[in-house]
Write a new protein. Structure first.
Length: 335
């Protein structure tokens, strides 16, 4: 292994000068720094990260906690997969790498974070049962950020779900629909998406002086296609007195589309349909799905920026909201 002493011998500079050049510290002139860096590259020098961690007490690692017990899409989820990709891109620009802190690892999250000596942690779609374990990390003083979920003591960057719920319902009303059903994902204490979207739906109905019919609400067990199929079947058998339905995410909407196809129900002729997330399949299904696109790039960029600020000792707000965009396609018709 090439060391700074080998580079010093090769270039004629002292070892401390070589160290300053490689670490970007000290007041060296550009020619000296360039000569040393060029020699290091030529000789195949690789920095000793472990030694650097011990000396600076920084690992330049950010822990990622990503779970998927309810979405069942893994890294292919249209929001969370995109958030992770963009987040990694942003923190790498700042000199950090990411490492996963797995739920299935033999250590609790906090112990795993200590073992890896992470400088910060991002929570992306964690399990609700792990809330207390996640809060322990923040309580330990490790800077944390969350996307989508509320963890005590941690800033959350997420979509303005209530406004999107309002806007989607308003869009249906503007197309002449007054009997609108709502198919919700599981209502969670830490993950507000389903409830907030439903809350926006209710507020819009109330403002338009439309009746709120509890029979037109159904909560799915999970966020996947089968749950959408099953919960819609329950709803449809209970009442079919509606002309439109707002599904809290695209997977649930795809479940509705599958049920409709199997039972020869025409969408949007029988009822209009709006989803949420703009899954990559949404523009290819039949009919093409009208849905909301969450701004995953903005969420990830804000999460990265805010976490880096926290790591520098700058306090963060409790919540940062990012607007969603309605994508109009073919699944909503004018009455």
């Amino acid at each position: 292994m090439v060391t700074i002493y080998d580079i010093a011998k090769k270039t004629g500079y002292s070892a401390p000068t070589v160290s300053k050049a490689l670490n970007g510290t000290g007041k060296l002139n550009a020619k000296t720094r360039d000569n040393i860096i060029l020699a290091a590259k030529t000789m195949g020098y690789e920095p000793n990260i472990a030694a650097k961690t011990l000396s600076t007490k920084k690992s330049n690692l950010i822990g990622v906690i990503y779970e998927d017990s309810q979405m069942m899409e893994g890294f292919e989820h249209p929001l969370f997969g995109g958030v992770l990709n963009k987040f990694r891109e942003e923190v790498e620009k700042a000199g950090y790498d990411i490492i996963f802190l797995s739920r299935s690892f033999s250590l609790p999250y906090l112990s795993h974070a200590r073992l890896r000596n992470v400088d910060g942690v991002i929570f992306i779609n964690p399990n609700e049962d792990d809330t207390a374990l996640l809060a322990e990390i923040a309580e330990e003083g490790i800077p944390c950020i969350s996307t989508n979920d509320f963890i005590p003591g941690v800033c959350t960057v997420l979509t303005d779900n209530e406004k999107a719920g309002y806007d989607g319902t308003n869009y249906l009303i503007s197309h002449g629909h007054t009997k609108i059903a709502f198919l919700s994902g599981p209502i969670s204490k830490i993950s507000p998406a389903a409830y907030e979207r439903y809350k926006g739906y209710l507020r819009c109905l109330t403002e338009h002086k439309l009746p709120v019919n509890p029979n037109l609400f159904e909560e799915s067990k999970m966020w996947d296609i089968q749950s959408g199929y099953d919960s819609f079947e329950t709803l449809f058998k209970r009442t079919n007195d509606f002309t439109a339905i707002f599904a809290a995410d695209d997977m649930l909407a795809f479940g509705i589309l599958r049920y409709a196809k199997e039972h020869r129900i025409s969408i949007p002729k029988r009822f209009s349909l709006i989803g949420f997330d703009d899954d990559r399949v949404a523009k290819f299904c039949n009919p093409r799905l009208t849905t909301f696109r969450q701004n995953r790039e903005e969420i990830a960029s804000l999460a990265a920026e805010t976490l880096l600020f926290c790591m520098a000792g700058i306090p963060a707000p409790d919540i940062i909201r990012v607007p969603a965009t309605l994508i109009e396609r073919d699944s909503v018709q004018q009455l």
